[in-house]
Write a protein that binds this ligand. Structure first.
Ligand code: MN
Length: 740
């Protein structure tokens, strides 16, 4: 026994097909086959392979016969079956192509030659070789699609018997199957082969995960069959009213690899996978598809956004069906697929279903469309000399939904397109993600937002330093839910103080952006509903939840905005105004409101009225009068609006006495920039006893500087003095009130 062979059981028991079974199947089939030609091909193959055995110890001929049988199940033609029987004789025996051509014609010879060429490129080693191999596969496909269909059947049988293979070779073949052949089967729409190839490759690459999923599914098997039987019965009974005969209704089981992808890649729980339970309804016409859909939606409650119409918009591989997810009686969602028989054949057999062999004509025009992408890849890769680039381009095109990358040890990790090295790190292990400090792709350092491409080898650099953890910004970079939820839960656990701070600032930013201003002592009450919904007992809990991402602000803000309007009811006043309303005590406002005594007066800082300005008041709901300048754009815009017209009242300045009631105003000072400018401004203001609350300076595009200072003044008169003083400072070009 070989040392490097770990015993592994076959995935399941497969029948060994004999030539008798093959002949019986041909006789049972409706299609026209040239039986004597097929039998003659068998005899030739049997003759040449007579002394050979497979690794299993079985006679070699069982392999070509099984490959032929698989192709027969796909409905392929006589020449394809003959070529399948003969596909290994040129490679492995003394038989020549000339002999095959003489006995079986040019087409069979061409097919055997195509498969033989592919046979030689079996195992990938270096990248260069990989690219070359893929190119050969594609070239063979573009020459005659039957070559690759034979190759797929060949690979399928080899995968079924892969447990006889040496460890190392087994992994390489399984990888190649997962990366190249299953995607090709997918692109050609041959679902039956694609699913089986994927399940087998998955089984050999990760037997433990496979066993776990198998176990989990077994646990649920009884419940599942009962549920599906129940649904089938209900639908059948209902459809019997409108259809005669009743359409075929069948239960569908998702492939183990399909479940694996959702569980391990998308981070779903097995019980969350909607299409784990599925029924398929097959009808005669497209109209019936939509009629049945209507009936299903009438019988069960559909889940929003889960309806997909692949009839009007077929998938790239020509797949057509209606998909919808509905809720069954026990509240368990299940998927319903509705299609015609024609669509069903396409879904199962893809391009093979449309295989119409005519003498001298290779493929129909429909097939030509499907093959266009192959030609495109071949053409596009001729322009590039970068082999690795070609491999990636080809593979990405083959499997547009997934990328497959490798750890330095050669473990494959599959992720959705657009995934970054962060996703990769978390896919390896949670701790690898948390401790990640960098990543190398094909030995070169890359940034954290680097998007993984198929075929790349990715090394995650980690640290053991205490207290190291993910960065919050990663949440915006990574793509998979798995990585996101792991990052969130790290923050949840490790950084409560930081989360509270982050969460509070984020909420404040959101409030500001939406011009909302909630008094601190009302905040808890204001947020109470959302706190309750997210199981937060205290404000800090709630802020922390925002901080680690457990509460998504974008989701709660919609309701909060409405709540805000309800409570603080200033719907009519524009947002700009709301932001800037600052309460001032009524006795120091210095404003007299006509006909209203003793009311709260606030100054709208959208226009920031100062004593001396012409002003007007607006009666807010519950917040007194807000005072605007008469030339304020908000007032100008709203004064004639029917809702607010009657709420504008005339107000005037009370006499300003001594130093009581200073007003804040902001000035823009534009100057030719120089050192000491700010110092000169502050000393000039200090000289006339003007207090600066705030000052900001920045450079303008033309090289000048703009200095924005907020000062307190008693009124227009004093302000004029301040402006005059500032204008005298060297290099100052202009001084104006902000926002004018
Ligand atoms: Mn073979």
């Amino acid at each position: 026994m070989d040392n490097d062979r770990t015993p592994i059981a076959p995935l399941r028991e497969y029948p060994v097909y004999t030539v008798d079974a093959l002949i019986q199947k041909i006789l049972d089939d409706d299609k026209q086959y040239d039986l004597s030609k097929i039998v003659s091909a068998y005899e030739t193959a049997d003759h040449y392979h007579a002394d050979q055995k497979r690794e299993s110890g079985e006679p070699y001929i069982t392999h070509p016969v099984t490959v032929a049988y698989i192709l027969l199940e796909l409905g392929m033609d006589t020449d394809t079956i003959c070529a399948a029987l003969l596909h290994d004789v040129v490679e492995d025996t003394d038989c020549t192509l000339e002999e095959i051509q003489k006995k079986f014609g040019a087409d069979v010879a061409m097919l055997v030659n195509g498969v033989t060429k592919l046979e030689k490129v079996e195992i990938f080693t270096k990248d260069e070789q990989k690219a070359e191999n893929i190119r050969k596969i594609l070239l063979a496909m573009s020459e005659d699609i039957r070559v690759i269909i034979i190759k797929l059947a060949d690979r399928l049988h080899n995968m079924r018997t892969l447990h006889y293979c040496r460890d190392e070779k087994r992994r390489v073949i399984a990888h190649e199957t997962m990366n190249i052949y299953a995607p090709i089967a997918h692109r050609l729409g041959i679902r039956s082969i694609k699913d089986e190839l994927e399940d087998l490759a998955f089984y050999f690459l990760d037997p433990y995960a496979y066993a776990e999923i198998e176990r989990q599914m077994k646990l649920r098997k009884e419940a599942r069959s009962k549920l599906i039987d129940d649904i089938k019965y209900k639908i059948e009974t209902r459809l019997a009213n409108d259809f005669d005969p009743v359409p075929l209704i069948e239960g569908r089981v998702k492939s183990n690899y399909g479940i694996y992808k959702k569980v391990f890649r998308d981070g779903k729980e097995i019980d969350q996978i909607y299409d784990r339970y599925a029924v398929r309804i097959i009808v005669n016409t497209v109209t019936e598809c939509y009629n049945v859909l209507g009936i299903i939606h009438d019988m069960f409650k559909p889940i929003p956004n889960r309806f997909k119409d692949y009839i009007s918009t077929p998938k790239p591989n020509m797949y057509q069906s209606l998909h919808t997810t509905v809720i069954g009686r026990q509240g368990i969602p299940f998927e319903v697929q509705i299609r015609t028989w024609e669509m069903h054949r396409t879904a199962e057999y893809g391009i093979a279903a449309h295989w119409k062999y005519k003498e001298g004509v290779r493929g129909s025009s429909k097939d030509d469309n499907r093959l266009a992408w192959i030609r495109q890849i071949i053409e596009s890769q001729q322009e590039s000399n970068d082999v690795e680039e070609i491999v990636r381009a080809i593979k990405n095109d083959l499997a547009p939904e997934d990328v497959f990358a490798f750890t330095p040890k050669g473990d494959m990790i599959s992720l959705p397109v657009g995934s970054t090295v962060i996703d990769f790190a978390y896919a390896i292990h949670t701790e690898v993600g948390h401790r990640m400090v960098g990543a190398k792709v094909d030995k070169k350092m890359v940034s954290f937002d680097y998007q993984i491409k198929t075929g790349e080898i990715i090394e995650i650099l980690t640290t053991n330093a205490d207290g190291h953890g993910p960065s919050r910004s990663w949440l915006n970079i990574c793509k998979t839910n798995e990585a996101k939820s792991k990052i969130r839960s790290w923050f949840k656990k490790e950084r409560r103080e930081e989360n509270i701070f982050e969460g509070r600032s984020a909420l404040e930013r959101e409030f500001k952006r939406n011009m909302m201003r909630v008094p601190e002592d009302e905040l808890e009450d204001f947020l109470s509903l959302d706190m309750h919904r997210h199981n937060c007992d205290t404000l800090d809990d709630f802020f922390a939840a925002i901080g680690y991402g457990g509460v998504q602000l974008s989701k709660v803000m919609q309701r909060l905005k409405m709540e805000y309007n309800k409570r603080y009811g200033e719907k009519i006043i524009s947002n700009v105004e709301m932001k800037d309303i600052k309460p001032r005590s009524k006795n120091s406002s210095g404003v007299i409101v006509d006909g209203i005594d003793d009311c709260v007066v606030k100054f709208a800082q959208c226009c920031n009225p100062l004593p001396g300005d012409e002003i007007v008041g607006f009666i807010t709901r519950g917040h007194g009068i807000s005072v605007h300048k008469c030339d304020c754009p908000n007032y100008q815009r709203q004064k004639d609006m029917p809702d607010s017209e009657s709420r504008w009242v005339s107000v005037k300045w009370a006499e300003v006495k001594d130093s009581r009631g200073y007003f804040k105003t902001t000035l823009d000072i534009i100057a030719v920039d120089r050192i000491g400018l700010l110092a000169d401004v502050s000393s000039a203001l200090a000289m006339i006893n003007i207090y600066i609350h705030e000052s900001v300076s920045r450079e303008l595009k033309n090289g000048n500087a703009i200095l924005t200072v907020t000062v307190s003044v008693a009124g227009m008169e004093q302000l004029a003095g301040v402006i005059a003083k500032l204008k005298k400072i060297k290099n100052v070009i202009s001084v104006e009130r902000s926002g004018k």
